[in-house]
Design a protein around this ligand. Structure first.
Ligand code: BG6
Length: 470
């Protein structure tokens, strides 16, 4: 029998820059994503280029009605999505918002409502305005806090009766590790000091606190969450050196949850900053903003990471931006990422034990090549058993965490409809339960096709988890 609570929020997750397309329509400005044709792993371009698939996405901008209808057919209770900042403030510096951009999200939220789907909205999913990145160095500059707060206040006011659940920043911990992806900082990582990287992350944390404070004045029923990229750090061996190393690495992520959950920097900050030679400016006003803590914690979980103090004897594994060592006890995906469902149960317990706040799994999935079979009538069949196995095994571990006593209130499968990857801007790295005919060279009819996993997820939601293969 299923252990999922009756009101468990099942759904899927996407990000504006990875599916909307229409990058220059209805007054939208350029974001940093619009100059990353190869994703965060490749060189950035001077401006929009033909080979940047993100500019086209899967054209959700014009097809949102069809797509949300398909989500509803699967039985989604929640749709985690993001607003493109540059649709609302094209350069980030306007005094008035762009009405066409605001109107677009009105239509999206109204469509969700029509199907009884609750939107869970991320304010910033890796796409600050390019203008702010060029002019101010993006989150390196303290002035970003006010630009972001203005944007957040505008959309929270506009949608205060349409959206109840918000996330301030997607994977806020990524800024230190990948300043380009997490912080929209165009200066190459190697040229930034650790102080600069943590200062940028601090600005985001302050902005998150400030927006949380503002949100409660706009609508006292709003629920505000944080979001962190999470992987349990496993020690490669029981050598205490490895154990401590893995613990310290874990703290670099927990750090961000800790600030959001408690309103303060954690006790190990001094050691961490000393080791990394970090000195940052924290004002009294910053501390006040940080003290506005979140209502719930959300995180992404794709894989675990295995670590050793001295990694030299071991083989490495892949990961979208974070890499670890090859763990001999888990399987690997097409992209050589570890597949470790139990790591999700571990992570849920890990956060709950520390913070006792409700948890929401905001992203989980596996990028794979799909191999559509063309039927006689021209339609496609996609037998994605591998994806079904992945989801089944991960969702089972959420159920076990619930049995452990963890308060988990929702799950959104990443890229529930095929979209363009963040790390490498590939469309062939497919996550979806809905296949989209968009090909790596940008061609394709954009036709949507239900994969086998679509029907599997529909049944799972219908049965509130009963249909899981245990
Ligand atoms: C998460 C991001 O880190 O991973 C998403 O929040 C991203 O934006 C997802 O798409 C999967 O990574 P990728 O690089 O395979 O798209």
């Amino acid at each position: 029998m299923s252990q999922f609570p009756e009101d468990f929020l099942w759904g899927g997750a996407t990000a504006a820059n990875q599916l909307e397309g229409a990058y220059n329509i209805d007054g939208k400005g350029l974001s940093v994503q619009d100059i990353m044709p190869k994703g965060v792993l490749g060189p950035i371009s001077d401006g929009p280029t033909e080979d940047n698939l993100k500019l086209k996405g899967i054209d959700f901008y014009h097809k949102y009605e069809e797509d949300i209808k398909l989500f509803a057919e699967m039985g989604f209770k929640v749709y985690r999505m993001s607003i493109a900042w540059t649709r609302i403030f094209p350069t980030g510096e306007e005094t008035e918002p762009n009405e066409a951009g605001l109107a677009f999200y009105d239509k999206v939220f109204d469509t969700c409502k029509q199907y009884g789907i609750m939107p869970l909205v991320t304010l910033s999913h890796y796409e600050p305005p390019l203008n702010l990145a060029k002019k101010y160095g993006s989150w390196l500059d303290r002035r970003m806090i006010d630009f972001f707060a203005k944007y957040a206040e505008t959309v929270m006011n506009r949608y205060k009766d349409k959206v109840s659940h918000w996330i301030t920043f997607n994977e806020i911990n990524v800024t230190v590790f990948s300043p380009l992806l997490g912080g929209g900082i165009l200066t190459p990582k190697e040229e930034l000091t650790m102080s600069q990287r943590y200062q940028a992350a601090h600005h985001q944390l302050v902005a998150s606190g400030l927006v949380t404070k503002m949100a409660r004045n706009i609508n006292s029923n709003f629920k505000i969450g944080c979001m962190v990229a999470s992987q349990p750090r496993y020690a490669m061996t029981c050598n205490p050196d490895d154990i401590l190393y893995a613990m310290e690495q874990q703290q670099e992520t927990t750090f961000f949850v800790h600030v959001h959950a408690t309103g303060e920097y954690p006790y190990y900050t001094k050691r961490l900053f000393n080791e990394e030679n970090v000195e940052i400016e924290i004002t009294e006003e910053d501390r006040e903003y940080l003290s506005h803590t979140v209502d719930y914690i959300t995180f992404s979980y794709y894989n675990s990471r295995t670590m050793a103090k001295d990694p030299s004897p071991y083989q490495t594994a892949a990961g979208n931006i974070y890499r670890g060592l090859k763990n001999p006890y888990v399987q690997y995906s097409d992209w050589n990422y570890p597949i470790d469902p139990q790591g999700l149960r571990y992570m849920l317990n890990f956060y709950y034990e520390r913070y006792q706040l409700p948890l929401f799994v905001a992203e989980n999935g596996m990028g794979s090549y799909d191999d559509p079979i063309e039927n006689e009538d021209g339609s496609l069949t996609i037998n994605d058993e591998y994806r079904i196995n992945f989801f089944n095994n991960h969702i089972l571990q959420i159920e076990k965490a619930i049995e452990d006593g963890v308060d988990v209130f929702g799950y959104t499968a990443w890229g529930c409809i095929d979209l363009v990857s963040a790390a490498s801007a590939q469309i062939e790295k497919r996550y979806g339960m809905i296949y989209v005919d968009r090909q790596p060279d940008g061609s394709g009819t954009l036709k949507r096709t239900r994969k086998k996993s679509f029907y599997w997820y529909k049944e799972l939601i219908e049965s509130n988890g009963d249909s899981l293969e245990r």
